[in-house]
Design a protein around this ligand. Structure first.
Ligand code: UDP
Length: 350
């Protein structure tokens, strides 16, 4: 805490989808927040409403570069990394360096500040899991040389670094393993199933289902996730290990498509695309630990979360006429090798 009693918080990746919602919650709680973002996948539009907020600062920087001069912080959230498969695979070396070099620099900053540190990790540390549902004690089944490895292994390394800082320097560490999250402020070109299917449905484009659509995911609404992150950071005693945060309601991709189709009333046909390499077949968090430690469980049912998300994307689509060709038509790996810049730039406007 600072002398004025206000908690000083750094959110790296604060202009991203989850980061920007987290900042809103922190500001509402009375914190003084600095957002650090490279705007590689984060967007100015996500934080534009904070322009006149006296307790908010923005620093434009990439955490793999030497960090600019920053004030002392009480708390640091590290959410900085591209997180959707096409975006993190577009520049895999940068993704890996963000997780390793970037996290290392922020851990050093936390050490110098005496700050509590929360690392955003991912369900991807479990890879294509052979244990179901996934609990934190499971070490995972990651292909270390495949196209997802830059993210999966990068986040595993970030976890390793964080726990080494805890052991070696007694730094106060929290690691959240975040499962699939959705909600307003996702990018239309994110390439994820929720954003793709909603945008395709809203613009009557073919809905892309990769593989047979029988693979499962468990989708958590962003406000529930942010509540979990806030509780994890607030916890007095160090949790002493990673904590899963996600919604345990598991469904197939085909089921998700049918819910969105019904809710939007779309006439879009469904088209099958090849299953991406190393695409996990099943995923569902065991959230027993989060329940015990944080008294947390998700509150927002899928249909309510989707309604808010569809409404938000409908406004986005209306703002961006003519409708962009949403990612998904060529398959995620093919997209990763297309120059991503123009699409990212055009969608970053406004
Ligand atoms: N997926 C799909 N159609 C799409 C985008 C994704 O069928 O347009 C599938 C993808 O192959 C995966 C699941 O949906 O099995 C979730 O993909 P997403 O990229 O949202 O998240 P992740 O694979 O990182 O969990």
């Amino acid at each position: 805490m600072q002398n004025d009693g206000q908690t000083r918080v750094l959110v790296a990746g604060g202009a991203g989808f989850i980061g920007s919602h987290l900042i809103d919650a922190l500001i509402a709680e009375g914190a003084r927040v600095t957002c650090l973002d490279s705007f590689l996948t984060g967007r100015k539009a996500n934080i534009a409403h904070l322009a006149r907020e006296p307790h908010f600062d923005l620093v434009e920087a990439d955490i793999i570069d030497p960090l600019p001069e920053l004030p002392r912080f009480d708390r640091i959230f590290n959410l900085a990394c591209a997180a959707s498969p096409p975006h993190y695979q577009a520049d895999p070396q940068h993704t890996m360096m963000t997780c390793v070099v970037g996290s290392h620099q922020l851990l050093e900053l936390a050490r110098a500040s005496g700050a509590r540190f929360l690392q955003a990790s991912t369900s991807e540390v479990y890879g294509d899991p052979e244990v179901h549902p996934q609990e934190e004690s499971y070490w995972g089944h990651v292909n270390p040389t495949g196209p997802r490895a830059c993210y999966d292994e990068g986040k595993r390394s970030a976890e390793t670094l964080a726990f080494d800082y805890e052991r070696r320097y007694d730094l106060d560490i929290r690691v959240a393993r975040i499962f699939n999250t959705y909600g307003p402020r996702m990018r239309a070109d994110d390439g994820r199933v929720v954003s793709n299917v909603i945008c395709q449905a809203l613009t009557d484009q073919p809905i892309t289902v990769y593989g047979d659509g029988e693979q499962t995911r468990s989708f958590c609404y962003v406000s529930d996730l942010v509540d979990g992150l806030m509780r994890l950071m607030r916890l007095d005693a160090s949790p002493g290990g990673p904590v899963n945060l996600g919604n345990p309601r598991e469904m197939t991709v085909a089921e998700l498509v049918s819910v969105v189709t019904r809710m939007t009333g779309t006439r879009s046909p469904i088209v099958r695309r090849p299953l991406p390499v190393d695409d996990p077949q099943r995923r569902r968090p065991d959230i027993t630990r989060a329940g015990c430690l944080l008294d947390w469980s998700p509150r927002i049912v899928l249909e309510a979360g989707l309604e808010a998300t569809i409404g938000w994307f409908a406004d986005e689509v209306a703002r961006r006429e003519p409708a962009p060709a949403f990612a998904g038509l060529a398959g995620p790996v093919a997209r990763a090798h297309r120059p991503a810049e123009p699409a990212l730039r055009s969608l970053a406007r406004g």
